[in-house]
Design a protein around this ligand. Structure first.
Ligand code: SF4
Length: 120
């Protein structure tokens, strides 16, 4: 690949180890705040077929992880079972993935809410 060739020809070897100790997920998203009554993402179609990809694609959602945005839900009523997706926008990091992989209406959060980018 071209970047490898350029690096081998022009680059200098890096002989160091990272000393960065990245914070855990709950430390990174614990201070996010959103308007609870006015979520910035709305599920238009909450069927698993339409929006289920978000359960694994959203970076703060995962099966068996209790605090994520999207959850895989089985709802049983009167002997009938539906496979649905539920959404909690409180831990959202505004990556925009679910706007692509799920059936949603997505807006940026109101000013002063959500992710605060230190570097602009
Ligand atoms: S914008 Fe990103 S972090 Fe937020 S709910 Fe969608 S996929 Fe998850």
């Amino acid at each position: 690949m071209l970047p490898t060739v350029i690096g081998e020809e022009l680059g200098e070897a890096v002989d160091a180890e990272s000393r960065v100790d990245p914070p855990e997920l709950d430390e990174r998203i614990g201070e996010l705040t959103y308007d609870v009554g006015e979520p910035h993402i709305r599920l238009v179609d909450n069927s698993f077929g339409a929006s289920g990809t978000a359960v694994t694609a959203c970076p703060v959602s995962a099966k068996e992880f209790g605090g994520g945005c999207y959850r895989d839900e089985r709802v049983r009523t009167n002997g009938h079972e539906e496979h649905l997706v539920s959404l909690d926008t409180q831990p959202c990091v505004e990556c925009g993935t679910c706007a692509v992989v799920a059936d949603t209406e997505w807006e940026h959060p109101a000013g002063g809410k959500g992710v605060d980018f230190d570097q602009g």
